[in-house]
Design a protein around this ligand. Structure first.
Ligand code: NAD
Length: 473
């Protein structure tokens, strides 16, 4: 059994601390936000993550998991300190904001009175391990206390964070001190995962390169989706056909509204920034970001193609969180889509199974016009009187809706499936004007002349009845 302190009790810190406690270690989680710690002490989790609440409860009851705002209490006589604080985008050029990591390092230095291994789990720019070492060395109250710094990037996904932590594809450890890295490796031995020990810079880079590669896969399939849509192919089938190839794999080939959340957007930006700063020209990363941004805009393009104008329309939004099974609203496509739709004069009715509170806070912070938003209790309420429905988050409950009922309560049966969760033929059969992402809707553009007013009609974007109805409103 080891004694562990985890600094930062967000998605990564809380999951890390709880899982290590469940593996028999004694863990204290430290956070600077007193309300978070207070609610955790009362068994109320500040985040939604499947399976986590039960795990926290079990380990708190067993006396293995503790919460505090005090670094001195957290550090106690611990063997390992994990830093798991946020590293959002900090500069207009996309660089990571290291304030929280630096402040955690200073907090550790102030209280450290015994030998420890400090492990950085936050995603940080290459070279940050050295920065943490320098800060701690400079700020140590007792300069003779020995410590080592190890990088241990985290690869869990929100929505399946506990499962991912307990069943990692690999554990990456990087340090100039191989002995310290090997000691950290012992913590992970019960997980029976491949453990890779490398140098500090390489470990930090593995995290960015992994996220950038996955984001690239998403932008790649989204670009293919646009081509499919134009040429009459079905990107879902294309992805399935590609995915059988072991060299390619099926994961992260779902065309849709692009990536969001607290990791991919900021990590691709930060990697691109690192390359820029080093005098390189990261053209692929830039294209990945550009495609991702444009993908969200397609929703508005599809809506206006069908409805004509959005002024006076009611648009239903199914799902707000950046992906299913989480309440995380950071860089969620819903925020941009709702902002754009409202700016064109529409009102929105929205529903998300768990992200309502986080969404309200986000909309207020982002200065989105709250009067134009109605929060609903379920998808059927969202559909009530709507001129169009947009699927933004692919929650499972949206896949099993009674779509006949949904259609019957809508004002106009326009359905934009931003996540390709429904079948084209079935939605057409139910009478929806259905548009998905990258699923063929018409003939190749070679038969259309650019700027031809009938182009959109020929491509199947428009249905005459819908245009007339749209213009009347
Ligand atoms: P988060 O925002 O959910 O949590 C960070 C926590 O750290 C917050 O509770 C905050 O109050 C606390 N904090 C900030 N400064 C502190 C300090 N000085 N002392 C103590 N607590 C402090 O962030 P997250 O999503 O858990 O991400 C943490 C890191 O892990 C980031 O670098 C992120 O890129 C990386 N990461 C995240 C995920 C993910 O899916 N969320 C996955 C892999 C890696």
């Amino acid at each position: 059994m080891s004694i562990i302190c985890v600094i930062g009790t967000g998605y990564v810190g809380l999951v890390t601390g709880t899982c290590f406690a469940d593996m028999g270690n004694s863990v204290t989680c430290v956070d600077i936000v007193p309300e978070k710690i207070e609610s955790l002490k009362q068994g109320i989790l500040p985040i939604y993550e499947p399976g986590l609440e039960e795990l926290v409860e079990r380990n708190v009851s067993a006396g293995r998991l503790h919460f505090t705002t005090s670094y001195s209490e957290g550090l106690g006589n611990c063997d390992f300190i994990f830093i798991a604080v946020n590293t959002p985008t900090g500069t207009s050029q996309g660089g990571a904001d290291m304030r929280y990591v630096e402040s955690a390092a200073r907090g550790i230095a102030k209280e450290l009175d015994h030998s420890v291994i400090i492990i950085n789990k936050s995603t940080v720019p290459v070279g940050s391990g050295d920065v943490v070492t320098r800060i701690i060395r400079k700020s140590l109250e007792r300069p003779d206390v020995p410590f080592a710094v190890v990088s241990n990037p985290e690869f869990l996904r929100e929505g399946s964070a506990v499962q991912d932590f307990l069943n990692p594809d690999r554990v990456v450890l990087g340090s100039a001190d191989r002995d310290a890295a090997s000691k950290v490796a012992t913590l992970y031995l019960p997980l029976r995962a491949p453990i890779m020990i490398t140098d500090l810079y390489t470990a930090e880079m593995i995290k960015y390169a992994s996220n950038a590669f996955l984001a690239t896969k998403i932008s790649f399939i989204n670009e293919i989706a646009q081509i499919c849509e134009r040429l009459g192919a079905d990107v879902k089938e294309v992805a399935a056909g590609m995915g059988y190839d072991k060299r390619i794999g099926r994961a992260f080939l779902d065309a849709g509204l692009g990536y969001g959340g607290s990791c991919f957007p900021k990590d691709v930006r930060a990697l691109s920034h690192m390359a820029d700063e080093s005098g390189l020209h990261p053209q692929l990363l830039r294209a990945v970001m550009e495609i991702n941004h444009d993908q969200r805009r397609l929703v508005v393009t599809k809506l206006t193609s069908i409805l004509g104008t959005l002024r006076g329309c009611t648009i239903g939004i199914l799902g707000l969180a950046f992906k299913e099974n989480t309440d995380d609203m950071r860089e969620a496509p819903s925020v941009d889509i709702i902002r754009w739709v409202i700016s064109q004069g529409a009102e929105v009715r929205v529903y998300d199974p768990v992200a309502r509170k986080a969404a309200q806070e986000t909309f207020e912070r982002e200065h989105i016009h709250m009067d134009a938003i109605t929060f609903c209790e379920n998808a059927y309420e969202v559909a009530e009187g709507a001129d169009a429905l947009v699927v933004v988050t692919p929650w499972n409950e949206f896949k099993s809706l009674n779509m006949f009922q949904i259609r019957s309560v809508m004002h106009r049966p326009v359905l934009i499936d931003g996540r390709n969760i429904y079948e084209v033929a079935e939605m057409n059969r139910l009478g929806f004007i259905y548009r998905a992402m990258g699923r063929g809707t018409g003939p190749a553009p070679s038969i259309l002349s650019p700027g031809d007013s009938t182009s959109a009609l020929q491509q199947g974007y428009l249905q005459e009845g819908a245009i007339q109805e749209g213009n009347e409103k």
